[in-house]
Write a protein that binds this ligand. Structure first.
Ligand code: FAD
Ligand code: NAP
Length: 551
C-alpha cells in the first residue's frame, strides 16, 4: 500500500506519507518491532522524539545508571547470532553499555534508515471508513498507516517537579531522566530529591565525588545488593551452552528471570533457622532473588514481615548511625510492593561524613529557593539540585499524545478512571492500535526485554494473520476488555501490591486514578493466555474489513 517514504521528516512541506505500520518510539520495543515487521515485508516506519535509539538507556544517563537484572538475561533472544556476538562486561551492565547494545542492534539490523529521529508524534486519529490511522508529528508531517504500534515506553514520561518554588533555583538543575553527558559534580555541594532506583543509583555513585550531598527523602525504598562485578567468562559460556533452555525458562517463569529462583515453599512453614539460612543465601547471591525466597512473602503479611525484618536488620548492620538507619528502613508498605532497588553500596554511603539524610516527613520542603531549598526546619544551600522524582508511568507517554479512536473517542477520556485494555495490548474502540508492554500486561513487573519480545512477536503474528485472511481491521470487543480488566484487578487484589503508594498504582502523580496497572499473573501464564487467544481465532477481537474496502 505504500506510495512514498519520508525519512527526513520536518524538512519536506506538509504531505501525507503512507506506511503499512507506524511505530512510535525507538527503544528496545520499537527497534525490535521494526525489525520484525520489515522481515514480514511490511513498510514500517519509526518516529522517535530523541536524537538516537535506545529509549530508556538513551535518556537516563545519570551517574550509576545500570540494569537491575543480570546482563545476559536483560538481552534479546530473537537472534542467536546477536546473542553469540555480543559480550557483556559486567554482571549488571551500566547505561553506556546498554546504549552501545541498542546502537549495535540498530547497526546490525540496519534499522536507522526507517527511523525519523527528533520527531515527536503529537496525535493519532483513527478513520472509521478507511480503517487507517492518521498520525501527525511535531515536524508538521502527516502519516497514514494501517497499523499504529505504540512503543512509547512505560517509564519515558518524566514527572515535572510539583514542588513549591521549583524554578527558583539559580544554580545547576539536573533531572536523572534527561541527564546531560558533560556533567561533572566533583567537589560540588549537591542536593537530591528522590530515593527511588534512579535516586539511589545516583546517590551511591556521586557520594564519593561531591563535597556535600544532601539527600531529601520522603519515602525510603527497599534496596538489595547487586554484588556487581566483571562478568565471569564462565557465566557467558554457560549461558550460551544452555541458551535455549534458559530462554524457555524465562518465557515460562513469573517475572522472566532465571536467576530469580522463585521459592515454592511457604516461609511460615519453615523453621526460623532454615528461613534465616535461605534469606542469607539469597542476600549473598544478590539481586531480585532476595525478594523471592518463598511463595507467600508477596501475598501473606506475616510472611512478608519476616523478610522485611531480615532486610531491616541488614540495613541496621550497615549504617552506623542508628537514627539514620531507622530513617532508611521502609515502614509504610510491605517488602517488594515497590520495584526493589538493586544497589552497589547504597546504605554504606550514609557512613560518609559528607552525606546527609533529611527526612521530609519530619521536616517537609517549604520551597525551593534561589540558592537551595528550605524545609520546615532550615535552609540548605548547594550548587546543584538533582530531581530523581520518577515518571508518570505506564500511561504517561500515551496520555501525552492526542489519540482518538473510533468516532473520535479520546484515549485520555476513555482512561479517565484508569487504563482499560484487552491483554495490555489493545484497547476497544481503538482498532489496529497496539501497545507494547501496556497496562494490563506483566510489563514493569517483569524483565522488560522478555515482555517486549513476547508482545512484538504476538503483534507481528496478528498482523500477519490479518493479511493472510485479507482482513484489515482488528479490534478488541468491549466485553473481552471488561473481563480482562476485572481479572487484572482481581488477581492484583490477592497480593500485597496494592498496599504500597507506588507508581504501579499511579499514586506518585497527583490526581491520577488509583488503579493497579500491571498484570501480576506472571509472564508464563500471561503468554499462554495470549497464545490461546490467537489460536482461537483471536478470541475477544472482531476481525473485519474497513467499510471503504468492504465491497
Ligand atoms: P523506552 O526505552 O522508554 O523507549 C520509548 C521511546 O519512545 C523513548 O525513546 C521515547 O523518546 C519515545 N517516545 C515516547 N513518546 C513518543 C512520542 N510521542 N513521539 C516519539 N517518540 C516517543 N527494566 C528492566 O527490566 N530492568 C531494568 O534494569 C530497568 N532499568 C530501568 C532504568 C531506568 C532509569 C528506567 C527509566 C527504566 C528501566 N527499566 C528497566 C524499564 C525500561 O524502560 C525497559 O527495560 C525498556 O528499556 C523499555 O523499552 P521500550 O522500548 O519499551 O521503552
Ligand atoms: P520512583 O521510583 O518513582 O522514585 C521517585 C522518588 O522521588 C521517590 O523517592 C519519591 O518519593 C520522590 N519524590 C517524587 N516527588 C517528590 C516530591 N514532590 N517531593 C519529595 N520527593 C518526591 O522513580 P525512579 O527512581 O525514577 O524509578 C522508577 C522506576 O524506573 C523504578 O521503579 C524501576 O522500575 C525503573 N528504574 C530502574 C533502575 C534500575 O535499577 N535498573 C534505575 C532507575 C529506574 P515518594 O516515594 O514518597 O513518592
Amino acid at each position: 500500500m505504500s506510495d512514498s517514504k519520508g525519512t527526513d521528516a520536518g524538512k519536506a512541506p506538509a504531505k501525507t506519507t503512507k506506511y503499512d505500520a507506524v511505530i512510535v518510539g525507538a527503544g528496545f520495543a520499537g527497534m525490535y518491532m521494526l525489525h520484525k515487521l520489515r522481515g514480514m515485508g511490511l513498510n514500517a516506519h519509526v518516529f522517535e522524539a530523541g536524537s538516537d535509539v535506545g529509549g530508556t538507556w538513551f535518556w537516563n544517563r545519570y551517574p550509576g545508571a545500570r540494569v537491575d537484572i543480570e546482563s545476559q538475561e536483560y538481552s534479546f533472544s530473537f537472534s542467536k547470532d546477536l546473542e553469540e556476538e555480543w559480550q557483556w562486561t559486567e554482571r549488571y551492565a551500566p547505561q553506556g553499555e546498554l546504549l552501545d547494545y541498542a546502537n549495535h542492534i540498530a547497526d546490525r539490523f540496519d534499522l536507522r534508515r526507517d527511523i525519523s529521529f527528533n520527531t515527536r508524534v503529537e496525535s493519532a486519529r483513527y478513520d472509521d471508513q478507511s480503517g487507517l490511522w492518521r498520525i501527525m508529528t511535531d515536524q508538521g508531517e502527516t502519516i497514514e498507516a494501517r497499523y499504529c504500534v505504540m512503543a512509547t515506553g512505560c517509564l519515558s514520561a518524566a514527572k515535572t517537579p510539583d514542588i513549591p518554588g521549583a524554578g527558583n533555583f539559580k544554580g545547576e538543575t539536573l533531572s536523572t531522566a534527561t541527564w546531560p553527558d558533560d556533567t561533572d559534580l566533583t567537589g560540588k555541594r549537591v542536593g537530591i530529591i528522590g530515593t527511588g532506583s534512579s535516586g539511589i543509583q545516583t546517590i551511591t555513585t556521586i557520594a564519593p565525588q561531591v563535597e556535600e550531598l544532601y539527600v531529601f527523602q520522603r519515602t525510603p525504598n527497599y534496596s538489595v545488593p547487586a554484588h556487581n562485578r566483571p562478568l565471569d567468562p564462565s557465566v557467558r559460556e554457560d549461558w550460551l551452552a544452555n541458551r535455549e533452555d534458559y530462554r524457555q525458562q524465562q518465557r515460562e517463569s513469573g517475572i522472566g528471570i532465571v536467576a530469580l529462583e522463585a521459592g515454592e515453599d511457604l516461609a511460615l512453614e519453615q523453621s526460623e533457622e532454615d528461613r534465616q539460612r535461605e534469606f542469607e543465601r539469597r542476600w549473598a547471591k544478590g539481586g531480585f532473588c532476595v525478594g523471592a525466597p518463598y511463595a507467600d512473602t508477596g501475598v501473606d503479611p506475616a510472611a512478608n514481615k519476616l523478610l522485611a525484618d531480615f532486610v531491616a536488620g541488614k540495613i541496621r548492620g550497615i549504617v552506623k548511625d542508628p537514627h539514620t538507619a531507622d530513617l532508611l528502613i521502609p515502614k509504610t508498605y510491605p517488602f517488594g510492593t515497590k520495584r526493589l532497588v538493586v544497589d552497589t553500596g547504597y546504605f554504606e554511603v550514609y557512613n560518609q561524613d559528607n552525606v546527609h539524610l533529611i527526612d521530609l516527613n519530619e521536616t517537609p520542603i517549604e520551597t525551593i529557593t534561589e540558592t537551595g531549598l528550605r524545609t520546615s526546619e532550615r535552609d540548605y544551600e548547594f550548587d546543584t539540585l538533582i530531581y530523581a522524582i520518577g515518571f508518570d508511568a505506564m500511561t504517561g507517554a500515551l496520555d501525552r499524545i492526542d489519540i482518538r479512536g473510533r468516532d473520535g473517542l479520546k484515549l485520555k477520556d476513555k482512561w479517565a478512571a484508569g487504563p482499560l485494555t484487552y491483554l495490555g495490548l489493545t484497547v476497544s474502540g481503538f482498532p489496529n492500535m497496539f501497545m507494547i508492554t501496556g497496562p494490563g500486561s506483566p510489563s514493569v513487573l517483569s524483565n522488560m526485554i522478555v515482555s517486549i519480545e513476547q508482545h512484538v512477536d504476538w503483534i507481528a503474528d496478528c498482523i500477519h494473520d490479518m493479511g493472510e485472511r485479507q482482513l484489515t481491521v482488528v479490534e478488541a470487543t468491549p466485553e473481552a476488555e471488561a473481563e480482562w480488566v476485572a481479572h487484572v484487578n482481581e488477581i492484583a487484589d490477592t497480593t500485597l501490591y496494592p498496599q504500597a503508594n507506588s507508581w504501579y498504582l499511579g499514586a506518585n502523580v497527583p490526581g491520577k486514578p488509583r488503579v493497579f496497572m500491571p498484570y501480576v499473573g506472571g509472564v508464563g501464564v500471561y503468554r499462554e493466555v495470549c497464545d490461546e487467544v490467537a489460536a482461537n481465532g483471536y478470541k475477544g477481537f472482531t476481525l473485519s474489513r474497513a467499510p471503504a474496502e468492504a465491497s
